[in-house]
Design a protein around this ligand. Structure first.
Ligand SMILES: *Cc1c(COP(=O)(O)O)cnc(C)c1O
Length: 362
């Protein structure tokens, strides 16, 4: 071997496997595997990206100044306490690198977003998964897993792939009972899809504490997954740390202008929200009517459980794929009997429901 040994943890990582996006011979697959927006990016964002094409010889603004101002204006936040990233994945990885290394523990809940475990291992830290109950994060179980070595707790709220969430009250309780020396990161990637009174994306919690960070993304309701754009809102000390470790030009210029444009397009946002409000419950109901178990989740997908061993999740996924409908298998999450199906256009949703009815012989 001519290479030095990789740092501890690196070889324990199974590379992240994204959702199916097609296969040779598929002309127009129905892609319901990555929680992407079925409505595309906002027309305003498309125009902004096009308009920027001739200026890409220039480096981007390393501070994402205009974008942070636009985010601050939209959400009522101080732009100085916002850090933008190349997807919230980058910010998650940076937060782990800042606070955890060998000997430290990174805590998350059992079916929590896979990037927490991957980022922990990449930093040489020890990933710890707290058991869930009913496919939902469990405050008591999380607190029971906190040790003297715990440095950071990630909570996707609502979570991917389960779609379940802790209420604002439960989040507050969790923070209040969590040791001070543990940073709580609330990953609110799907916050825009929720309109429930008992839910909070976490801004109030960031404001009330000096050890809570919220991450958000443009990849979901804003339809900009391909550009890689996310942001974090946190206490000044954490913002300072993130700005030290991030790359000097970590957010591309087209992503910055597209983000500003997307935030200005309220009509597109409202349409995306209305579409999901209509079709997410529709798809969940269809699956229930087919006799599948559906995790009572929110956000822009449905997690369905295939309990009948004669009609399992793997077989269902293969059956759908033959019909050029791509959904997400959940083996990587330890949920081999489940499939996660993203809300698509009306015709996509009808197609996946009809194909599953055929698969199940209903
Ligand atoms: C999709 C998703 C993200 C977003 O990741 P980006 O890097 O911003 O695309 C973050 N957290 C969770 C839980 C997600 O499902």
């Amino acid at each position: 071997m001519t290479l030095p040994k990789p740092r501890p943890g690196i070889l324990d990582i199974s590379p992240y496997v994204g959702g199916d996006s097609g296969a040779p011979g598929f002309e127009r697959p129905i892609v319901l595997s990555s929680n992407e927006s079925p409505l595309g990016p906002s027309p305003a964002a498309i125009a902004a990206i096009r308009g920027y094409a001739t200026a890409t010889n220039r480096y981007p603004d390393g501070d994402s100044h205009d974008l942070r101002e636009a985010i601050g204006g939209t959400f009522g936040l101080d732009p100085a306490r916002i850090v933008c990233g190349s997807g919230s994945d980058e910010l998650i990885a940076l937060l782990v690198r800042i606070f955890a290394g060998p000997g430290d523990e990174v805590l998350y809940s059992q079916y929590g977003f896979l990037m927490y475990r991957i980022s922990a291992l990449a930093a040489g830290a020890t990933p710890v998964a707290a058991p869930e109950s009913g496919y939902c994060a469990d405050v008591e179980a999380i607190l029971a897993c906190v040790s003297a070595n715990t440095r950071i707790l990630f909570l996707a709220n609502p979570n991917n792939p389960t779609g379940t969430y802790l209420t604002a009250d439960e989040l507050r309780t969790l923070r209040a009972r969590l040791r001070d020396g543990v940073v709580l990161v609330v990953d609110a990637a799907y916050a825009e899809y929720l309109g429930r009174d008992d839910y909070s994306p976490g801004i109030d919690l960031v404001d009330a504490n000096d050890n809570v960070v919220m991450t958000r993304t443009f990849s979901k309701i804003y339809g900009l997954a391909g550009l890689r754009l996310g942001w974090a809102y946190g206490p000044p000390a954490v913002v300072d740390l993130l700005n030290r470790v991030r790359g000097p030009f970590n957010v591309s210029a087209p992503a910055q202008v597209a983000g500003v444009a997307a935030l200005s397009d309220g009509a597109f946002y409202q349409a995306a929200r209305a579409h999901n409000d209509e079709w997410q419950p529709w798809l969940a109901r269809e699956f229930l009517n087919l006799g599948l178990d559906v995790v009572p989740g929110v956000a822009n997908f449905v997690l369905a459980r295939f309990d009948d061993p004669g009609h399992g999740a793997d077989a269902a996924r293969a059956f759908l794929k033959e019909r050029e409908i791509l959904v997400r298998g959940m083996n990587g999450y330890g949920l081999p009997d489940c499939l996660r199906i993203t809300i698509g256009l009306a015709a996509d949703n009808r197609a996946v429901a009809a194909a599953l009815a055929e698969f199940l012989g209903r």
